[in-house]
Design a protein around this ligand. Structure first.
Ligand SMILES: Nc1nc2c(c(=O)[nH]1)N[C@H]1C(S)=C(S)[C@@H](COP(=O)(O)O)O[C@H]1N2
Ligand SMILES: [Mo]
Length: 314
């Protein structure tokens, strides 16, 4: 990323410590009598913060059992260049972002191209809660209870042709709603891509919510990608187009600076960013840095990269 205000290695203490006046949803809910939370939340083993408007989310065996960050951490420290390049801007500048109605187009090398409304997106597969680690390339990390389903469910519906080898994604872009995007310093609309087998991996999440509620605008409403074994910039927000292609698609940070950001961008503590180490990370809310794990700890994806030199194809 372009480092404008401060180096990623020195996140000011004020940015990682929730303000004392803030009552996180989780502690708020925890302080309510159980009866008020409703029978489902009280009876299921799901944590109270997940009892939101997306209904009774199934829990997922793909979840980590690490402790999620506070809602406040995840909803107010954001990377979303269309709404400003500093971490505190998106929560303010995306406040009135219009995310309904929404159309997601799926096209390219597919037998059954589709345009989905938000309602249709929500019905593709049962929405489950997936608690994932998220590792930003700027060496901070968070743990988030996302809500969604495997991207593979949607891709299977459109029936990729035998020519489809990659999947490209494009974000919504409109200067009227995103005036600060003029100062983003990256080409927009934001685009990303995955190899088809990466996109079909069950961990790749088509995400519509977090903490049991629909996504807040600053986190990529109404629909985004979450690829937990890759640096956070692969997890493209506010998606309007998915296109299956024969050739490797462009990705925004790779176009911006190919020396620093490769197409694969797998979390890899052995490949430093040219300007800082990737060997460790700062979990938001913690003071001591922790070691970064290969594939962000998601070793089940390793077989996707068998035979590749991940130092060259970084
Ligand atoms: N369209 C778009 N998607 C984006 C970005 C962005 O600037 N624009 N930033 C990426 C980066 S670098 C990260 S770390 C994550 C941050 O997601 P979060 O704010 O929900 O934590 O979104 C990714 N998706
Ligand atoms: Mo990031």
């Amino acid at each position: 990323m372009l480092i404008r205000k401060s180096s990623p290695l020195v996140i000011p203490y004020s940015e990682v410590t929730p303000k004392p006046v803030y009552l996180s949803r989780r502690s708020l809910l925890a302080s309510l009598p159980t009866a008020l939370l409703g029978a489902t939340a009280a009876l299921s083993s799901r944590p109270a913060y997940a009892a939101g408007r997306l209904g009774n989310l199934a829990s997922s065996p793909l979840s980590t059992n690490e402790k999620p960050n506070s809602f406040k951490d995840v909803a107010s420290y954001n990377n979303f260049y269309e709404f400003g390049t500093s971490k505190d801007q998106p929560v303010e500048l995306a406040k009135n972002f219009k995310t309904n109605p929404w159309t997601l187009s799926i096209e390219g090398e597919v037998a059954k191209p589709r345009k989905l409304s938000l309602d249709e997106i929500l019905k593709v597969a049962p929405i489950e809660e997936r608690i994932y680690r998220h590792r930003c390339v700027e060496a901070w990390s968070i743990v988030v209870p996302w809500a969604g389903y495997s991207l593979s469910a949607l891709l299977k519906q459109v029936e990729p042709t035998s020519k489809a080898k990659y999947v490209s994604f494009e974000s919504y872009y409109d200067l009227k709603q995103m005036p600060e995007a003029r100062n983003a310093g990256i080409p927009l609309p934001y685009v990303e891509g995955l190899r088809l087998d990466e996109a079909m991996h069950p961990l790749a999440l088509l995400c519509v919510g977090m903490y049991g509620d629909p996504l807040p605008p600053q986190n990529g409403a109404p629909v985004r990608l979450i690829v937990p074994w890759k640096y956070g910039f692969k997890s493209i927000k506010s998606i309007v187009k998915i296109k299956l292609t024969a050739k490797q698609p462009a990705s925004t940070w790779n176009i911006t600076n190919a020396r620093e950001y490769g197409f694969y961008s797998n979390v890899n503590p052995q490949v430093d960013h040219p300007r800082w180490t990737q060997a460790n990370e700062r979990r938001l809310g913690e003071l001591r840095r922790r070691p970064t794990l290969m594939f962000n700890g998601y070793n089940e994806v390793a077989s996707l990269y068998a035979g590749m030199d991940l130092k060259k194809e970084f």
